[in-house]
Write a protein that binds this ligand. Structure first.
Ligand code: NAD
Ligand code: TDX
Length: 368
């Protein structure tokens, strides 16, 4: 690989920039769920930053996730580029034409169940796409590369195990998780091998507005709104550690600006709950009967429990989650109630084929 010096970078390789400094950040996957919240946060709170959003617009990418940005932001501060992160030519052309200082890599295939049907797109985007970005970032000598990994790389906890720390072994169980673990380790290797200032975050389950309704909470909320069954896998006792997406993107910004290159930061809100509890919570908020919950065939290799020790990000960077689950869940349910057109368009499109295929054997009655 070729490595250029950092002449087109405005900071030292380990230094972080003052938030008021002007700079250009490349966000990949900015039309997805978390990426759209991050783009919005940066444009709102870093008035001198320019955001280039590279997104392929897969089934999960949706420009409608950032309507305020698309319609109201001055073009000079926001640019959307439809491109595939695996396409080295397109990515290098972008680095050639723009003075990119920071990269935040969120672009990924993200749905565990789809990775169990076909793992190829997961390996392609999550591993090869990350490699293409790391290579370009190294070549062009950028200041910081934040790779957004996931708690799923750690595998599964037993009921009495302490939560995962950054030192926990990586034992991914699904093709999705394995592809994310590979990308995570590749990002680490680019730091060790080439000195690329890589930062890695591993976050728990996000919830909030604009989440694609294949994921547990938006699927259950929108099914409940339509009085459809909520397909709860297995015995419903699997545990996830839930965090509001706004808290997550604030952590990402903090790590991007203040994190130490080469370091990994777990991110989570310490809200561990069983899927059954979450499903009942949604139904109670909507005043719908709990009989809508239907226990269905389990997901293969279904991780039993995720939980994160977030002492490091709290102590080293001073980040704290600020949205309690009880509050965030209520507001999120209201958002889906108020944005029926957004999710109905998704659920009636390509997603309906997937839903029929995946849940056909699971649900007794699947809408035709
Ligand atoms: P998402 O599926 O909502 O969005 C992914 C985005 O990436 C989409 O806009 C899609 O079009 C884009 N994309 C996919 N393949 C691409 C490619 N080859 N080139 C360019 N763009 C491409 O995902 P999300 O939930 O917002 O997750 C974002 C990131 O955060 C992922 O890396 C995911 O692994 C990680 N993460 C998610 C969670 C969670 O709970 N959602 C938790 C921890 C980590
Ligand atoms: O229909 C369902 N029924 C059900 O019981 C679905 C879709 C899910 N579940 C269960 C499986 C999980 O235990 O709910 C839990 C959450 O499922 P997902 O929303 O698919 O998330 P998960 O598998 O935990 O992975 C998520 O968190 C980590 C994201 O999808 C990943 O992108 C992220 O990395």
């Amino acid at each position: 690989m070729s490595s250029k010096d950092s002449t087109n970078s405005t900071t030292s390789i380990t230094g972080s920039m003052n938030p008021i400094d002007s700079m250009t950040v490349l966000v990949t996957g900015g039309c997805g769920f978390i990426g759209s919240h991050l783009v919005r946060l940066i444009l709102r709170e870093r008035p001198n930053w320019r955001v280039i959003n590279v997104d392929k617009l897969t089934y999960a990418g949706n420009p409608e996730n950032i309507p305020d940005v698309n319609n109201a932001t001055k073009p000079s501060r926001y640019q959307f580029v439809q491109a595939d992160i695996v396409d080295g030519q397109a990515i290098n052309a972008l680095f050639d034409s723009e003075k990119i200082e920071y990269v935040v890599n969120l672009a990924a295939e993200t749905h565990v169940d789809r990775s169990l049907i076909d793992s190829a797109p997961f390996l392609r985007t999550n591993v090869e796409g990350t490699r293409v970005l790391l290579e370009a970032a190294t070549h062009y000598g950028i200041s910081r590369f934040l790779h957004v990994s996931t708690d799923e790389v750690y595998g599964s906890l037993g009921p009495t195990d302490p939560p995962f720390t950054e030192q926990s072994p990586l034992e991914p169980n699904s093709p999705y998780a394995a592809s994310k673990a590979a990308a995570d380790l590749l990002a680490r290797a680019y730091h060790r091998s080439y000195g690329l200032p890589v930062l890695i975050t591993r976050c728990g389950n996000n919830y909030g507005p604009y989440q694609f309704p294949e994921k547990f909470l938006p699927l259950f909320i929108t099914n409940a709104l339509d009085d459809q069954s909520l397909p709860l896998y297995g015995d419903g006792q699997n545990i996830r550690d839930w965090i509001h997406v706004e808290d997550h993107v604030r952590a990402l910004l903090q790590v991007l600006e203040k994190g130490i290159p080469g370091e990994i930061y777990n991110t989570g809100a310490g809200e561990e709950h069983t899927n059954q509890r979450m499903a009942e919570w949604v139904l109670d908020i909507l005043k719908k009967p709990r009989s809508l919950i239907q226990l269905v065939k389990d997901r293969p290799a279904h991780d039993r429990r995720y939980g994160l020790n977030v002492t490091k990000i709290q102590n080293k960077l001073g980040w704290r989650p600020s949205i309690p689950l009880g509050e965030g869940l209520g507001v999120t349910v209201s958002w889906y109630q108020d944005h029926r057109a957004w999710w109905e368009r998704i659920k009636s499109g390509e997603y309906s084929n997937y839903y029929r295929q995946w849940y056909r054997d699971r649900l007794a009655i699947v809408p035709q």
